[in-house]
Design a protein around this ligand. Structure first.
Ligand code: UDP
Ligand code: MN
Length: 289
């Protein structure tokens, strides 16, 4: 339950944010991140990719973000593919970065998430990192049911938080996960159940460790229709997203005023301007009429 006894408000410095990314998105998705929310959590964010940033990447051109972002990007030995193993490999790096850190919280997001840092800190402040917390949003209405590989006459039933919406795990739960899934072991668990990385996290926490996912509906992935989100609630949300359908036509977009869609097809720049009107030079407010 929500914890009222925490006197000190959580600070962003106590949260580790990890972002899974890949070479082909350095130019596009990382640039958007560098232009927007990254400035609010640059010392607390790590990117896990399969290639280094190169000097031609436009992410280098994002004002003030150049050095900071490349310093925060870890080049993993994970393959550059959308295959289950490659994604699980990056998630294992993300988990291990948390276990090696002293952060009270670990929050994973995809590179097509906008992380509302204020909303994230506010939301996590309601939970005690010394207790076991797995906070996120499932993308399916019923728990996942898979065959029990040790006893095929039975099933294993568990919830998992959609990686594309982001999820957060407390230090206490991280410590519980360490012997089971730390040090790269997450990859072998993923290989065993042959399911995606976010599902593997749910399997470890709910099935192996018998802890529960707490549904927090402030996490959002583009599996939802972003257009249905009430713009007046945006400052409280933890994560937002966008998706590009065929021919790169975005098909799940926030309905936010601001920049024209020609300049801001994902709506993430406009969202940032809504949350921080005086922050960026691209915000309409700062532009000459
Ligand atoms: N991703 C990756 N390697 C790939 C493709 C994607 O690490 O080859 C990452 C990507 O950067 C993102 C996440 O996996 O953080 C999900 O990818 P995407 O949004 O393209 O697919 P979705 O699962 O949302 O359809
Ligand atoms: Mn996505």
């Amino acid at each position: 339950s929500q914890n009222d006894s925490i006197a000190d408000k959580l600070s962003i410095n106590e949260i580790l944010i990890t972002i899974k990314t890949t070479q082909i998105f350095h130019k596009t998705r990382l640039k958007l991140i560098a232009q927007t929310w990254y400035s609010k959590a640059s010392n607390q964010t790590l990117f896990f990719s399969d290639a280094p940033l190169i000097s031609g990447d436009p992410v280098f051109a994002a004002k003030g973000s150049v050095v900071a972002l490349s310093k925060r990007l870890r080049v993993t030995d994970c393959p550059a593919s959308h295959q289950r193993q490659a994604l699980c490999c990056k998630m294992a790096w993300e988990l291990d970065a948390f276990l090696e850190s002293s952060a009270k919280w670990w929050c994973h997001f995809d590179d097509d998430n906008y992380v509302n840092v204020k909303g994230l800190v506010e939301a996590l402040s309601g939970y005690d990192h010394r207790q076991h917390w797995y906070l996120g949003r499932p993308s399916i209405r019923t728990p996942l049911q898979i065959l029990n590989r040790d006893d095929v006459t039975s099933h294993v039933v568990f919830w998992f938080a959609t990686g594309g919406a982001g999820f957060c795990i407390s230090r206490a739960l991280g410590l519980l996960m360490m012997p089971v899934a730390g040090g790269g072991k997450l990859v072998s668990i993923g290989d065993r159940i042959r399911l995606p990385d976010d599902v593997t996290i749910g399997y470890v926490i709910e099935h192996l460790l018998k802890q529960k996912l707490t549904v927090v509906d402030l996490f959002h992935s583009h599996l939802e229709n972003m257009q249905l989100l009430d713009p007046s609630t945006l400052s409280k949300q933890i994560s937002l997203s966008y998706s590009a359908g065929e021919n790169d036509v975005p098909d799940s977009l926030l309905s936010v005023p601001g920049l024209p869609t020609s300049i801001d097809p994902t709506r993430m720049l406009s969202l940032h301007c809504l949350l921080y009107p005086h922050d960026a030079s691209f915000c309409p407010h700062d532009k000459p009429a």
